[in-house]
Design a protein around this ligand. Structure first.
Ligand code: DC
Length: 226
């Protein structure tokens, strides 16, 4: 299948499998995959390690705003990096997950991440997942998908993923974290999580990855005639 050089924006709720789906799409159609949530998680780790966010999630916005100006946050071999340091494991911890949504409400942080994403996506032929890719980062994306799934199914998926990495989590904590994130992400002032008017909804509660790939091939072939 010859897919043209487009931007595919995948937005939706936490743990709907956006990144797994985006990675497979990237592999199948030779697209570059960009994980925007990883950048928010990277800024969160940076904020935790440098004392810009407290245990009760109070954020030193002016301090953080100043400190991120030259922050060398980027993607490299095996995931996300700050400078030479691979931070992929740390940014997936429950501590970062618990603080990332408040950090992502800060307008200065969003501007910083948007700037990075637009720079990385300049050449097109990218698939990007997040919360506001189709609405704010790339409103001109040629294909926008909005992903959703039943919250309990999402919590089970996320818990399994974390257990596989050796984190001993319980399902209630994961579900609570997901619901809190959904709420903050959908209600923040700057770029809240909303479905773009021209996005296609994909509810994958009862779909396998193969089902989703069949679905997207059909969507692409109908829309782009390939
Ligand atoms: O996709 P994820 O779970 O790794 O994202 C982590 C957090 O980052 C999520 O709770 C909300 C925020 N985020 C955002 O606000 N906008 C994006 N485009 C991507 C993520």
């Amino acid at each position: 299948m010859q897919v043209p050089d487009i931007i595919i924006a995948i937005d939706g709720y936490s743990s709907t499998g956006k990144s797994s789906f985006a990675k497979i799409i990237a592999k199948e159609f030779s697209f570059l995959y960009l994980d925007s949530g990883a950048l928010y998680r990277g800024v969160t780790l940076f904020a935790i390690e440098n004392g810009f966010i407290s245990d009760d999630c109070t954020i030193d916005v002016p301090g953080l705003d100043k400190a991120i100006v030259g922050l060398d946050l980027h993607f490299g071999e095996g995931g996300t990096y700050i400078g030479n340091r691979c931070i992929e494991k740390e940014i997936r911890s429950l501590e970062v997950a618990g603080k990332v949504s408040p950090i992502a409400t800060v307008a200065e942080v969003r501007n910083f991440v948007d700037m990075k994403l637009r720079e990385f996506g300049k050449k097109r032929r990218v698939v990007m997942d997040g919360r506001d890719i189709g609405t704010t980062v790339f409103p001109d994306a040629e294909l926008k998908i909005f992903m959703t799934a039943d919250p309990m199914i999402r919590a089970q998926r996320r818990a399994e993923e974390m257990r596989a990495k050796g984190d001993n989590v319980n399902i209630e904590d994961v579900l609570k974290n997901l619901q809190e994130r959904d709420y903050i992400d959908s209600h923040r002032k700057v770029s809240p999580l909303t479905q773009a008017e021209d996005a296609i909804v994909l509810d994958n509660s009862h779909m396998t990855m193969d089902d989703q790939m069949v679905w997207i091939r059909k969507v692409i072939s109908e829309r782009f005639g390939c």
